[in-house]
Design a protein around this ligand. Sequence first.
Ligand code: PLP
Ligand code: COI
Length: 341
Amino acid sequence: MEKKNLDWANLGFGYVVADYRYVSKFKDGKWDDGEITTDATITLNECAGVFQYSQSCFEGLKAYTTEDGHIVCFRPDLNAARMKDSCERLEMPVFPEDRFVEAVEKVVKANEAWVPPYGSGATLYIRPFMIATNSVIGVKPAVEYEFRIFVTPVGPYFKGGAKPLTIRVSDFDRAAPHGTGHIKAGLNYAMSLHAIVDAHNKGFDENMYLDPATRSKVEETGGANFIFITKDGKFVTPKSDSILPSITRRSLMVVAEKYLGLTVEHREVLFSEVSDFAECGLCGTAAVISPVGKINDHGKEICFPSGMDEMGPVTKKLYDTLTGIQMGTIEGPEGWVHKIL
Ligand code: PLP
Ligand code: COI
């Protein structure tokens, strides 16, 4: 298979139109058989549910070329399950989980030429999503939907790759108590846009959101969960009903305990504890693990001992082990690495 002629090593996190996408439509109470298509456009009525009341949700996962030349993706069953949760919360029809995984396989196979080579530093980002397509004017769920998966080759989510980030404590919330913070609804990201633009304008890479009810506990950023390492080497990560259950974070909890022998604490994390931690990182499919060097809390700086030049030593071990599993140089737990080709 001849690969596309891209400058793989210098890709950013952007949209590059690949050749094929998967599409399936829901009508009269059922999903059709689905197909691979070359058409990257969607034409809808102006009154479609997605435009009026934002009925949309999505997922994000990646395909990798392993050292021995296979193409794999990472725990796609968990993306299928999380999309089911998103659909149920948004009154959208569930795309069957086994069909979700098959569709990921189909679209990656069709776009084999777009899967970045091993060692290039790039990966193929896979974006499944679902939208409400029929016209809806009274506030109610639509009855017709489209499920799609497109792919795009990507480099690092944060410019500078592994350089520590500077983030700020946000005065805006991304989620409400008992709201939709725990699912991957497009509307959560619309909510976060003003906060991210404002953060960037003020020279910060991202926002740290605190719990919306009390503003005393750490939640997550707009697109990643937090991990912390304590001075005595424990792995700590926030537990909350209003953060997205990151697949990367859930995997890192296992890596930390089973591969690195660390004590893992998944619990409420008070913001007042953060200044005592030795290392801080953001984790997610797009972010992988991005180290945080500094947190600005309304002018007061928390500077982690790991500094602004490189990842902290434990974060680096977590990063190397997780990416080693994903790229096939380290044996992962049963079922984590899903072979496509
Ligand atoms: N938190 C938010 C708000 C996200 O958008 C993402 C990205 O998917 C994550 C966390 C990380 O989740 P995952 O590791 O499953 O990609
Ligand atoms: C991901 O990590 O897959 C995300 O969805 C984060 C961001 C691009 C929204």
